[in-house]
Design a protein around this ligand. Sequence first.
Ligand SMILES: Cc1cc2nc3c(=O)[nH]c(=O)nc-3n(C[C@H](O)[C@H](O)[C@H](O)COP(=O)(O)O)c2cc1C
Length: 188
Amino acid sequence: MDMLELIKERRSPRGFFEKQISEEDLNKIFDAARWAASSYNGQPWRFIYADKEKNPELYATLLDIMVEFNQAWAKAAPVLMITMTTVKYEHSGEDYKHAWHDLGLAVGTMSVMAQSLGISLHQMGGFDALKAREVLNIPDRLEPVTMIAMGYGGLPGNLPLDIYKMEIIPRVRKEIEEIAFNKPFGKI
Ligand SMILES: Cc1cc2nc3c(=O)[nH]c(=O)nc-3n(C[C@H](O)[C@H](O)[C@H](O)COP(=O)(O)O)c2cc1C
């Protein structure tokens, strides 16, 4: 498949089919994260994930960390995850200024890998980071950044009406001319 088409097909669904993600596909998705670029090859990304059927207790713990709106739809996803990043470089102990950037790159490669397998990731900023730290025993050297619902996107008809409406609105993007420039900004 054309790469740009694959990238454009990626979306963040709020409805999911009741279909498990195989161990093999999950490994491919995490493997894709490993190969992302990172500052000083610091590889700051960390993930705690739970499969709804295989690890229901941890799944419930992860779901409970999310804000109510996200719980309403994410509970249909077969896999939930929290992403974290290290806050210091391992090699020097200095502040890892690009840690969030590098975690984002890893999640980006995971998204594209997943998309090629027909699997979607829906990232969330709507969760309680303090609660996450407490219930998951996240050490100080790591910072919780996002949560992710992962699965085979579909069945929007199962969603509450307000969320269903969000699912069917057209996806919009800025034009290339609005984000990429071949000259400096003008003086104000
Ligand atoms: C860092 C981040 C935080 C987000 N937080 C939420 C969230 O809390 N709840 C939600 O429903 N969607 C959330 N989203 C999904 C965005 O709304 C979505 O990516 C955006 O509207 C573009 O849609 P698309 O991913 O389908 O192209 C988040 C996405 C990112 C990358």
